[in-house]
Design a protein around this ligand. Structure first.
Ligand code: NMX
Ligand code: MLT
Length: 471
């Protein structure tokens, strides 16, 4: 019965989408077709030849069409705004935020299967959507949950590799070490050594990606329990979905925390291809390094404070505000604290973005979660005050292109509310989630036969000569 109600919601939503979007209509319409009961790999097998033909056609018909001008500013400015990557799973609009295969976060919350009626989407559903461009049914999603459970065995040498590190090593170092140790079982590497033809590369990539996604929560939970809970490991519970089981293995079973984890894992999965972690995986994967090697590289990028580590920095910064000024800090005091941070040469963590020019919708949906489940939490109230205080200060600074909060400005206070208060661990959670987007795209990278990534670099000498000539 619930399944049929789900289908009728999807079909109502489909017609609404088709009415609302004329230019994007046909693309969106395609994304909502998902009635087949095939398993995920069979769906991919069916989709790949179509998409290979599509890419061939784009290449032959539009191969020489210009997509923009490359300026010197872009070359020395971190390639901002420079189109240079094909990334199928999501697209980021500076004003609107992320769309996963064409669907915004509120749309995903409406159409993806949930564990609780009207609750947060299941990350497995998003994995299916990212891989196929289609919204899965409840049955397809729960079959995928079971498939991930069946793949989650982690060999002992992975735990031994982590145990070889000092317990005080940063959680991201321990996590990335675990991922490198998982690489020993790469199907892609074995297939490549056997001489598997290029047309079949996507299949062992798919196996590695699914195994990686399935095993990461086990490794991540091990790291958490080792560092913060005396190494007392909690076994996986096969009756739970991906997000809930991850929360359970960490040691958090409050139903609201399970919902938070489903939301958290869903929204951190993918943010188009140019962000540091995704781009790193794409680059490393283009050398035909297997998904474990590519993802471990991505994690090392995610561990930087301007990228994924910002979620750690935000909670530590918020706690430093409370320590110095108390929880009931006034807006004027908060403004002074923000200026103090800036004047000491630091960034305000959780604000600003390389692409977004508005409040991150991933921030907004976390705010909605807080308003629903923890409106009285003092740190949430502080985060709300920061939303009012920080943007005008950053605007006044004069150089910040986006004064609005990003995803990291909010996640910490939610986790902290349910007892996951160890900020140094937060980027590991981001990493588990990001494997879903990165992994899905890696499958398509190999299915589409994308080539080695190798952009051209130039020297200052070259720039001076070339620009003087052009001027
Ligand atoms: N606090 C202080 N200064 C900032 C901030 C901020 N939150 N955001 C940007 N700026 C500065 C930036 O450092 C740069 O200064 P300078 O010219 O002296 O080097 C100037 O403003 C222009 O930077 P933008 O073009 O606005 O931003 P850019 O694209 O270079 O960087 C971030 C984007 C996200 C790295 C930057 O906004 C930032 O450092 N934010 C704080 C860290 C953070 O929240 N990172 C998480 C991003 C999301 N994620 O999960 O990855
Ligand atoms: C991300 O989720 O990767 C961040 O918002 C950074 C980015 O998109 O550049």
């Amino acid at each position: 019965m619930a399944f049929f109600r789900g289908l009728s919601t999807i079909s109502k939503f489909r017609s609404r989408l088709a009415e609302q979007t004329t230019s994007l209509g046909s693309v969106r319409w395609l994304q909502m077709q998902s009635s087949s009961e095939q398993d995920l790999k069979s769906q991919l097998k069916e989709l790949i030849p179509e998409q290979q033909d599509r890419l061939k056609k784009i290449k032959s018909e539009y191969g020489k069409v210009q997509l923009g001008n490359i300026t010197t500013d872009m070359v020395i400015g971190g390639m901002r705004g420079m189109i240079g990557l094909l990334w199928e799973t999501s697209l980021l609009d500076p004003e609107e935020g992320i769309r996963f295969r064409g669907l915004s976060i509120p749309e995903c919350q409406k159409v993806l299967p949930a564990a609780v009626e009207g609750g947060e989407p299941l990350p497995e559903g998003l994995l299916w959507l990212l891989l196929t461009g289609k919204v899965p049914s409840k049955e397809q999603t729960s079959a995928l949950t079971s498939e991930l459970h069946s793949r989650c065995r982690v060999p002992d040498h992975v735990f031994n590799a982590i145990d070889a590190l000092p317990v005080g090593a940063h959680p991201m170092t321990q996590f990335a070490t675990g991922v490198m140790a998982l690489q020993v079982e790469s199907e892609f590497q074995k297939a490549y050594e056997k001489g598997t033809p290029k047309s079949k590369y996507w299949e062992p990539t798919y196996e590695d990606v699914m195994n990686l996604i399935a095993r990461l929560p086990v490794v991540a939970a091990y790291v958490y329990r080792r560092i913060f809970k005396d190494g007392k490991v909690i076994p996986s519970d096969k009756s739970l979905d991906y997000g809930a089981n991850f929360s359970h293995m960490l040691g958090f079973d409050d139903p609201k925390m399970l919902e938070l984890m489903r939301l958290y894992v869903t929204i951190h999965t993918d943010h188009e291809g140019g962000n540091v972690s995704a781009h790193t995986a794409h680059l490393v994967g283009s050398a035909l390094s297997d998904p474990y090697l590519s993802f471990a590289a991505a994690l090392n990028g995610l561990a930087g404070p301007l990228h994924g580590l910002a979620n750690q920095e935000v909670l530590l910064w918020i706690k430093s505000v409370v320590e110095e000024c108390g929880e009931n800090i006034s807006k004027d005091q908060l403004k002074d604290y923000v200026w103090k941070t800036l004047n000491s040469g630091k960034v305000v963590p959780g604000f600003g973005h390389g692409v977004l020019r508005k409040t991150d919708p991933r921030y907004t949906c976390q705010r909605e979660f807080a308003l629903k489940h923890l409106p009285e939490d003092p740190l949430f109230q502080l985060v709300s005050k920061l939303y009012e205080v920080v943007p005008p200060v950053l605007t006044e600074l004069g150089k910040v292109k986006n004064p609005w909060p990003n995803v990291d400005a909010h996640s910490g206070v939610l986790l902290n509310h349910f007892g996951l208060s160890e900020a140094r661990y937060y980027t590991v959670l981001f990493g588990v989630s990001r494997s879903i987007g990165i992994g899905s795209q890696l499958v398509w990278d190999r299915a589409l036969g994308l080539p080695l990534e190798r952009p051209k670099s130039v020297t200052m000498d070259w720039l001076e000569k070339h620009c003087a000539k052009s001027a």
